[in-house]
Each structure stands twice: as structure tokens, then as C-alpha cells.
Design a protein around this ligand. Structure first.
Ligand code: ADP
Ligand code: MG
Length: 860
């Protein structure tokens, strides 16, 4: 009886419009470099991870995939065969490991490139000092930790180290990032010693003020204050380039305030690509100015507005400024706009470039500052009609760069994901034990990884007990609550402070995501550990599938990361990859987000700003044509655009929500299905995604049981709803969260988001209605938004996406993991070893015809 459903080609008129669009662009089409879409596994394989691990991962995957499903005889045989091979291979590996004679043996060509590499190491051209340094060091290139200076002390420490560590990583030093900070080093040391004398005689408040003043004065930007303000007065658009930590973000708005750019209550606005940065920097400026955060200085991020009528210095995410265009198309309330961290080239920043360039033309009184950390300044200048570049000379101490001698440490891999974490953890301890004091910064890819590394470190240090000095571990990632983030900037524990130089204090290790690359400057970092990966959005314009993928970073990123080690003194950067990999495998620059993301949201926003001609929009780097067309197609299918590509009434309402189009559509569809209460709860819970449940290591079983108690047979969205409703019934109790292994702060955030969505519902005049018992209505509303994300169980027992027949798997955390519904809709895909669907609900295929008649039709 079930009719099968196929996706339907677009209506004729739309087809026609699309064809026209395609023709128009034929000649201005740019060939966008094919994104490297190598999977992580392929990547690791390429880097020499042995077959064994691949096989192991494959067998693991198959366990997931087949579970207790019935296999054919042949399939069974293959699986068994693989398992046998794996077993043998493991035994073989174990035997080999016992030998362990030459475990760092490397093919010769891996050693050579250092020389080659050194030749073109300095982007800024060869310089004498560095050459000399290189000559000196090339001979001593291979070094082990602690082996460099032969003093008694270090001998002792390396001896001790042998006793306490049973694994180690060998690094090779390959080059040095030259610094300019040598002289300043002495100066500042002198100064701080000097002032610390006087500091003793001051009161707490005085001391704090004094310190702030000192710090402000010591920033590289300080001597250029006057010149900078003059340049801003003189030019409407100015590109500002300066090393991370030079004071661009925190100081410039204050300078502008002093210089009178806030007169008539006009605002100085400063955008940040990341929420954490916006919050933390605003807090810092409030402190420096002696203001209360949220008054004169405030921040605005999605679902959180910490500003007031009186706010004159406003930090915000780039996405928030984009939304402000909706209410104030000429941004009349601003006298200066700073597009900060421009080098990050986030999607929103790129769109802002086009928009602010445009309004600067008809608002001659508006000042525009584009500020960036790295070498893109020329490109920005060209885009902004050859705007002048103001360079703040960097002040960085030299940084030694070390590479691993081997590609990671494949011999102790358990799974492809675990390798660099292990390597990073071992490196932290190695540094801790063998190197002079100084804080360590480790770059990891996300919250989960950071938490794992945190646990691994705790476990290891606990084992080592009193044998090593205390190690304070500080995680930082964007969803970390702000009070926890603030810890990063807290001064060192007082006991350790007395020591004469700032380095001999309790050691801290900061586990951070990319955010510490340029957005936040953490003082005191001397060592950087760079595994060479970050999480990036990757988008397949053909299939419309977007996923977060752990991807190798670019050379530009790697160098930024290394630079973090040279802020306070000469530092060291340990790269967990080979010099060869750096040179041959890393791209020069990160591909701008606009070229690897779904544009639905942005297209909707631009359309609501009345910008219809997207193909002629002033993009710094235009998005791939296919991506733009696909975004238009999706918005059409969602009903946000008509066949002429114009915004519909529905589209206009969708643009009111600061959410992805699919989510906005889901929310709007709740009107028809009379379940807006439930849907906004679900939307709120989805947006704090993955941070709801926690599983403490010692209580895994309890936590899993607690979680399963919330499971709803029809899917994860309803499970989330269930959790929220139970929590609400307890009057939002913290205790309840604790007992149920639910993260209280995530729930609080969900509640905030939900409140905001409730306000927005009012704005689009949708009444709050509840339809709690009726999961069908709720699921239909969800499907009305997410029908693009439909997968069905194929005959082979695998899920395939409906439109493109891609193989996808239900995430093991899902309440549907052990059921195999024929049809389901998922919220998002995450790619680890396979494409996993996260947050799924079961649907009936008939619903697709009802909710998305533009997109699906019944097969005759
Ligand atoms: P830039 O934008 O040029 O990278 P910033 O203005 O962000 O530089 O930083 C200048 C200085 O202010 C740095 O030394 C940094 O450590 C310090 N700083 C920034 N934010 C905070 C904060 N929240 N708490 C303490 N110090 C901070
Ligand atoms: Mg900055």
C-alpha cells in the first residue's frame, strides 16, 4: 500500500528561472578550487597510518552497521574473515612492539626536507640573523627533550623523566620564527620588577588600576594611538594589520571613544567571528574603562543581548551585525564600524564586507575599520578600493618550531580519532617534566576532544602523583559558560606570584579550540602544541550535505598557532606532524567559509534586505555557483522564495528568526500543526545540541540508564522535549538535573533561547499552542522544516538519503539506534568514520507529500 516517494524536479517556471540564472553567470563563473574532501581516515592513511588501524576501524564500523541484523552467508564470511585478519594483525603488531628497537625509524626523505624547508621558511624574505641561527642548528637538528643543554639540572630532569614516562615523542627542530621582542623583553622585565616594588604599597583597587594602566601602555598598539586616530580621521576606510595580542580589539574602540567618536550618542561597533571573543573582550574593556558590562560597553550575540540604551561601545558577532541591517539598513546609529578578525573570513564577515562597503558610499560620515591579524591586508585593501593599510609593528619573541620525527605515533594508535589526542597529552607531560616553566596551549578541535584530553591528563597526572608539579588544566571552547572562560584570564595563584619572574609559577595547560588562534590572547603561554587539525564545515553543493569535519589546518593557521608561544618570552611550538607534512600536505590558506557552506541563511537575509541580484553582489571571493543555486532551490522548496526567486510572505517571516532556514520553517509550520510550544522547546534544545547529557566516567551505566529513561519511541527530538518538560515541571531544578545526568547550564541556556523564540513568535503573530500528546503533529511540523534531511532504510539494511542515495547511519546515541524505522528525518550529519545522522525522528513517507508538495511527489 505504501507508495514510494521520489523527489520531484522543480516547477517549469522555476526551471526556467534557474536556466536564465545559469546562463547569466556562465562567463563570470569562477573556478573555485575543489575543496579537499578527503576523509579523515584517508588523510591519516596518506600520512602513513598503517592498514591495521583501518581494518580495525572498519570492523568496528561494521559492528555498528550490522549489529544483530541478519546477514547473508557471504556477508557473514567477509565479516568473519576481516575479524580473523584483524586478530592476527594485532598479534603481529604486539610482537613487533616488543622489539621496539627502532621505533622512530624514518625513511631518509623525511629527514631531508628540513633543509629544503628552511630555505623558504621566512615568508618575509631571508634575514641574516635567522640564517646564522639555522646554520647553527641544522647540525643539532635532531634533539630529544631535555637533551639540549648538558647542565646537571637538565640531566637530572631527563633521568627523572625516563622513570616516570613510559612513552615519549621525539621531536625534530626545524626552524625558528624570528621575533622582534628581544630588547623589549629586558625593558618590560625591568619595568615590572620596578613597579612591583611600589605595588606593595597600594590598595587593591589602586593596584588593579595601576596594573591595567601599565598593561595598556605596554601593548604594541599604544605608541601608535595618535597616528592611528589621525589616519582614521583622514580616511573613511582603513585596513589595520597587527599581530594577535597587539591590542587591536580591546584598545581601538577605547581610543575612538577618547577621541570623541561617540559624540551624539553614536556607537562604535566591533564585530567578532566568535561569541566567546565578543563576550570576553567586552568584559575586558568594561574592566579597563571602569564601566559596568552591559551599560556603556556591551555585547550582543545570538540569543543574548547584553547592551542597553546607553551602550556606545558594542561588541557583537558578525552574524548579529548582519541582522541589525534588517532593522537599520544604513546603520545610522554607528559612527564607526570595526570588522575585526577579518582574516578569519567567516561567512558572515565576508557578507559584511560587501554590505559595509556599500553603505560607506552613501554615508560619508561613517568610518570603517577592517582589522586583521595576518598577511591578507593587501587583499582587503584592494577590495575596499585601495584603502590605506595601517600596520602595527609586531612584537613577538622568537619561537622554536619542532616537528615530530615520525607521523604521529602510530604504534600506539587505538583508533584514528585517538591518536593525536594521545600524542598531545604525552607532549604536555613531556614539556611539564623536561622543560623550563611556562604555560602550555594545546589546540584541539572541539568540546568533546577537549573534555577527553582533560580526562586523560587528569588520569595520567593522578597516576604520577607527587612525582610531578601541579598542573592546572583550563579548557576553553565556545559553549563553555562565561564564568569558566574567565578563568583563562585570571592571574596566577597568589602563592606562586612571589617568585621574581613571571615564569616560575604553577604551570597551566590551556586546552582550546581554534578560538585561541587569533580571537583570544592568553598571556603567559610559552609552549604551543599543535596537532594540526581543526573542525571545519564542509559542504557538498551537489548533495546539499553539510557536515563538520576534522580537517588539516592551513600553513597560515599553523603559523598563527606557533606565534601564540612567543607573546611573553621566547617560546616553543611542537607540531605533531612532520616537517614534510607541513610543507607538502597543508594548504597555504584556509578556504573562506563562504566557499564551503550552505548559503541558505545568508541568501534569505540578503533577499530580505532587498538584495535580489545575488550574482552581482560584491563578494570578495564569490561562493561557488552551485552553492548559490542550491541555496535558492532549497529556499524555494521551503516556500521562502517564489518561482521568480522573490521573497514570499513565509520567507519574510522566516527571516525574522536567527536560525537556519530549515529550523525557521519548522517553527513557522508549528502554527498549522498547533504545537508551537513544543516546537520552540525542540528548537531551543537542538541549538544547545550535544551538551544536554553528560556521562561521568565512573557512572557510565547510571548516566546511560537515566538518559534512556527519557527516550521516546518516535525519536530524539521528542526525547529532548521530554527532558525539557520534565525539567520545567520541577520548576527548573538544578538538583533534578544533577540526579538525571543532565547538564544544568545547557538547560538554562535552552531556556533562554526558548524565551527568545517565544518573543519572536509573538512578532510573527503565531499564538502559543500546545499539542503535547500528539506526536504526529509535532513530527509533521519538524518534517515541514527538515524534509530535505530524509533518509530511508534500503533493502541492504543501510540508510540512504532520499535525494542523493548517500549512505548514512543512525548515531549510536539516538533513541532510534536499535530500531530501524523505514523513514526518518535527521537534524544534522556528523562525519567521524562515517556519516552519522544526529537527532532523528521516525516519520511516515506520506507526510512528505503533505508538508513539502514542492519537493516530493508520489511515484506512479
Ligand atoms: P588583538 O585584538 O590585537 O589580538 P587584544 O586587544 O585582544 O589584541 O588583546 C590585547 C591584550 O589584552 C592582550 O595582552 C590580552 O591578553 C589582553 N586581554 C584581552 N582580553 C582579556 C581579558 N578578558 N582579560 C584579561 N586580559 C585580556
Ligand atoms: Mg583581536
Amino acid at each position: 500500500k505504501t507508495r514510494s516517494i521520489v523527489s520531484k524536479s522543480e516547477s517549469k517556471a522555476y526551471e526556467e528561472a534557474k536556466r536564465r540564472l545559469q546562463m547569466e553567470t556562465e562567463d563570470r563563473r569562477r573556478v573555485v578550487p575543489e575543496l579537499r574532501k578527503k576523509s579523515r581516515r584517508e588523510y591519516l592513511k596518506m600520512r602513513g597510518v598503517n592498514k591495521l588501524d583501518d581494518l580495525e576501524a572498519e570492523v568496528e564500523d561494521e559492528k555498528y552497521l550490522f549489529g544483530d541484523m541478519k546477514l547473508t552467508e557471504k556477508e557473514k564470511k567477509t565479516v568473519e574473515y576481516k575479524q580473523t585478519v584483524l586478530k592476527l594483525a594485532k598479534e603481529h603488531k604486539a610482537a613487533k612492539e616488543i622489539e621496539r628497537v627502532n621505533r622512530y625509524f624514518l625513511p631518509e626523505e623525511d629527514m631531508k626536507p628540513q633543509e629544503k624547508y628552511v630555505e623558504d621558511a621566512t615568508e618575509k624574505g631571508p634575514n641574516y640573523e635567522q640564517r646564522r641561527w639555522e646554520e647553527e642548528h641544522l647540525h643539532a637538528a635532531m634533539m630529544k627533550f631535555g637533551a639540549r643543554d648538558a647542565s646537571e639540572k637538565s640531566k637530572q630532569s631527563s633521568k627523572k623523566y625516563e622513570v616516570i614516562m613510559d612513552d615519549e615523542i621525539e621531536f625534530v627542530q626545524a626552524l625558528k620564527l624570528p621575533g622582534t621582542g628581544k630588547n623589549v623583553d629586558k625593558d618590560t622585565k625591568h619595568k615590572t620588577e620596578d613597579s612591583s616594588l611600589r605595588l606593595d604599597e597600594m590598595s587593591d583597587i589602586e593596584r588593579k588600576r595601576h596594573m591595567i594602566k601599565e598593561t595598556k601602555r605596554s601593548l604594541p598598539i599604544y605608541p601608535f594611538k595618535k597616528d592611528l586616530i589621525n589616519a582614521i580621521r583622514e580616511h573613511q576606510v582603513l585596513i589595520i594589520e597587527g599581530e594577535t595580542g597587539s591590542g587591536k580589539t580591546t584598545q581601538i574602540p577605547q581610543y575612538l571613544h577618547e577621541a570623541g567618536f561617540n559624540k551624539d550618542g553614536k556607537k562604535v561597533g566591533c564585530t567578532q567571528p566568535r561569541r566567546v571573543a565578543a563576550m570576553s573582550v567586552a568584559a575586558r574593556v568594561a574592566e579597563e574603562m571602569g564601566w559596568k558590562l552591559g551599560n556603556q560597553v556591551g555585547y550582543s550575540i545570538r540569543f543574548e543581548d547584553c547592551t542597553s540604551e546607553r551602550t556606545i561601545i558594542k561588541y557583537m558577532t558578525d552574524g548579529m551585525l548582519l541582522r541589525e541591517f534588517l532593522g537599520e539598513p544604513d546603520l545610522a546609529s554607528y559612527s564607526v564600524l570595526i570588522v575585526d578578525e577579518a582574516h578569519e573570513r567567516t561567512l558572515h564577515t565576508d557578507i559584511l564586507f560587501g554590505l559595509v562597503k556599500d553603505i560607506a558610499r552613501f554615508r560619508p560620515d561613517l568610518k570603517l575599520l577592517i582589522s586583521s591579524a595576518t598577511l591578507d591586508a593587501q587583499k582587503f585593501s584592494e577590495f575596499f578600493d585601495d584603502a590605506p593599510i595601517f600596520r602595527i609593528p609586531g612584537r613577538r619573541f622568537p619561537v622554536d618550531i619542532y616537528y615530530t620525527k615520525a607521523t604521529y605515533i602510530w604504534f600506539m594508535l587505538q583508533a584514528p580519532e585517538a591518536d593525536y589526542l594521545d600524542a598531545a597529552v604525552v607532549s604536555v607531560l613531556q614539556i611539564h617534566v623536561t622543560q623550563p616553566p611556562g604555560d602550555i596551549l594545546v589546540f584541539l578541535t572541539g568540546q568533546e576532544e577537549i573534555e577527553t584530553a582533560n580526562e586523560m591528563l587528569l588520569e595520567r597526572t593522578r597516576k604520577l602523583g607527587g612525582k610531578i608539579k601541579e598542573l592546572i588544566i583550563l579548557p576553553i571552547y565556545s559553549t563553555l559558560p562565561s564564568d569558566m572562560q574567565a578563568k583563562i584570564f585570571e592571574p596566577t595563584p597568589p602563592g606562586a606570584r612571589k617568585a621574581s619572574n613571571t615564569l616560575s609559577r604553577v604551570l597551566q595547560v590551556v586546552l582550546a579550540t581554534n578560538i585561541a588562534e587569533t580571537s583570544l590572547t592568553i598571556d603567559g603561554i610559552v609552549y604551543v602544541i599543535d596537532p594540526g587539525f581543526s573542525k571545519q564545515k564542509s559542504y557538498n553543493a551537489r548533495t546539499g550535505m553539510e557536515s563538520l569535519v576534522v580537517t588539516p589546518i592551513s600553513k597560515a593557521s599553523a603559523n598563527q598557532r606557533a606565534g601564540r608561544a612567543g607573546r611573553v618570552s621566547a617560546g616553543k611550538c611542537f607540531r605533531l606532524y612532520t616537517a614534510w607534512a607541513y610543507k607538502n600536505e597543508l594548504e597555504d590558506n584556509t578556504v573562506p567559509e563562504i566557499q564551503r557552506t550552505n548559503l541558505g541563511n545568508v541568501v534569505l537575509l540578503l533577499k530580505s534586505l532587498g538584495i535580489n541580484d545575488l550574482l552581482n553582489f560584491d563578494f570578495m571571493d564569490p561562493p561557488p555557483h552551485e552553492t548559490l543555486v542550491l541555496a535558492l532551490e532549497q529556499l524555494y522548496a521551503l516556500g521562502a522564495l517564489n518561482h521568480m526567486g522573490e521573497l514570499t510572505k513565509l520567507g519574510r517571516r522566516m527571516a525574522e528568526f536567527p536560525c537556519e532556514p530549515m529550523m525557521s520553517k519548522m517553527i513557522l509550520a508549528s502554527e498549522k500543526y498547533k504545537c508551537s510550544q513544543e516546537i520552540i522547546t525542540i528548537a531551543a534544545m537542538l541549538s544547545v545540541n550535544n551538551a544536554i547529557f553528560y556521562r561521568p566516567k565512573d557512572k557510565l551505566v547510571h548516566a546511560d540508564t537515566a538518559r534512556q529513561n527519557f527516550f521516546c519511541p518516535s525519536g530524539d527530538h521528542l526525547t529532548l522535549l521530554n527532558v525539557y518538560n520534565h525539567w520545567a515541571e520541577t520548576d527548573f531544578s538544578t538538583q533534578w538535573c544533577y540526579e538525571n545526568f543532565v547538564q544544568h547550564r545547557s538547560m538554562k541556556r535552552a531556556r533562554d533561547v526558548r524565551d527568545q523564540l517565544e518573543g519572536l513568535l509573538e512578532r510573527v503573530e503565531i499564538p502559543l499552542t500546545s499539542n503535547e500528546g500528539d506526536t504526529i503533529s509535532i513530527r509533521k511540523a519538524i518534517t515541514a522544516g527538515y524534509f530535505y534531511h530524509t533518509a530511508r532504510l534500503s533493502k541492504s539494511g543501510q540508510y540512504k538519503t532520499v535525494k542523493h542515495q548517500q549512505t548514512v547511519l543512525i548515531h549510536p546515541n539516538s533513541s532510534l539506534f536499535e530500531q530501524h524505522p523505514r523513514w526518518l528525518v535527521y537534524y544534522e550529519l556528523v562525519f567521524t568514520t562515517k556519516e552519522f545522522m544526529r537527532q532523528t525522528i521516525e516519520i511516515e513517507n506520506q507526510w512528505l507529500l503533505e508538508v513539502a508538495p514542492h519537493y516530493y511527489r508520489a511515484k506512479e
